[in-house]
Design a binder for this molecule. Structure first.
Ligand code: NAG
Ligand code: NAG
Length: 297
């Protein structure tokens, strides 16, 4: 009996893989229309196939990201970048709309795994969920992502993203399993958290990305619509992110240099990495200001 259920499940998974998780309502409807599907399995497929996600970027889509400085409305005229990623809290709805009016999908960034003392909702976090400081990021502490209050606050942030009209969310700092958070978080804790974040985003019709997290990628790639990566070339781990490309989902990769202009050798190395084939790579400053160097075509 268990085995049969498992076989049905495997067949479903294979079927889902073969249609490539387009994140498309059509697929959701397809599953809904399979009348014989037992409800338990329907629940599983619901977890796997994001319903009503209106934005599924494609592998190779051009991309730009700014965090410390919001882009200007004029930057929306630059069609050499398609998808944009900027700060959820500071981006006004009007900016998001101005970009969308010029054809750019907008991904809204927030930190899901760290507490930032300057955010409007900073005092809502339970003290017991605040861990060690993030090395090099003053005012930030690792969060206990198992904490239900932390999850409610993040659900509210995701709703704020939906209310502002974001096409997707980019929840950062989801690799606490490999950092000294103060909570001994496991990979399973982060996988559970990422599935929660993706489900919340999907429930509002938004896409969700996996930020870094190569070690847990296989457990979540199916529920994520894209990857945002930092420095996989520098750390020689781009291969880890190829499963996104295999599903025709983009890997938005950023390699950091503090030198502007970027040294040509650095750009060449960042843009020709064998493991990063098919990625959408940018060279930027760590502060993610307005300065960008694109990979040559
Ligand atoms: C959804 O699927 C339909 C039918 O295959 C296709 O025409 C449409 O472009 C897809 N939409 C997205 C967002 O991928
Ligand atoms: C984390 O693990 C270390 C080593 O096993 C242990 O000493 C420490 O007490 C643990 N901390 C917490 C908060 O569980």
């Amino acid at each position: 009996m268990a085995r049969t259920a498992f076989q049905v499940l495997s067949a479903l998974c294979l079927f889902s893989l073969s249609i490539g998780f387009p994140g498309n309502e059509t697929v959701g409807q397809l599953f809904e229309n399979v009348g014989w599907l037992p409800s338990a399995l329907a629940q599983v497929t619901e977890d796997l196939v994001p319903r009503d996600v209106t934005f599924q970027p494609k592998a190779g889509d051009t991309f730009n990201m700014q965090l410390s400085v919001l882009p200007t409305v004029a930057q929306a005229n630059d069609q050499s970048y398609h998808v944009w990623d900027y700060d959820l809290f500071s981006a006004p709805e009007s900016l998001i709309k101005a970009f969308q009016d010029k054809g750019h999908p907008v991904i809204c960034y927030f930190s899901a795994g760290s507490w930032e003392n300057w955010r409007a909702d900073a005092d809502q976090f339970p003290k017991s969920a605040l861990g060690k400081g993030l090395d090099g990021w003053p005012g930030e502490k690792w969060l206990d992502v198992r904490n239900p209050n932390v999850r409610s606050i993040m659900a509210a942030r995701i709703k704020m993203a939906a209310d502002k009209g974001c096409d997707a969310v980019d929840p950062d700092n989801v690799d606490g399993y490999s950092n000294p958070t103060g909570f001994n978080l496991t990979k399973a804790d982060l996988v559970s958290y990422l599935k929660f974040l993706a489900k919340e985003a999907h429930s509002h019709g938004m896409a969700c990305g996996l930020k870094n997290g190569g070690d847990i990628l296989k457990q979540v790639v199916d529920v994520m619509q894209f990857s945002v990566n930092e420095q996989c070339v520098q750390y020689n781990e781009c291969n880890l992110y190829q499963p996104f490309i295999a599903q025709n989902k983009p890997v938005f990769n950023i390699e950091y240099t503090e030198k502007s202009p970027a040294p040509p050798a650095f750009v060449t190395k960042s843009c020709t990495n064998e493991g990063a084939k098919g990625f959408s790579t940018l060279v930027k400053h760590l502060s993610l200001d307005a300065w960008t160097t694109k990979c040559p075509k």
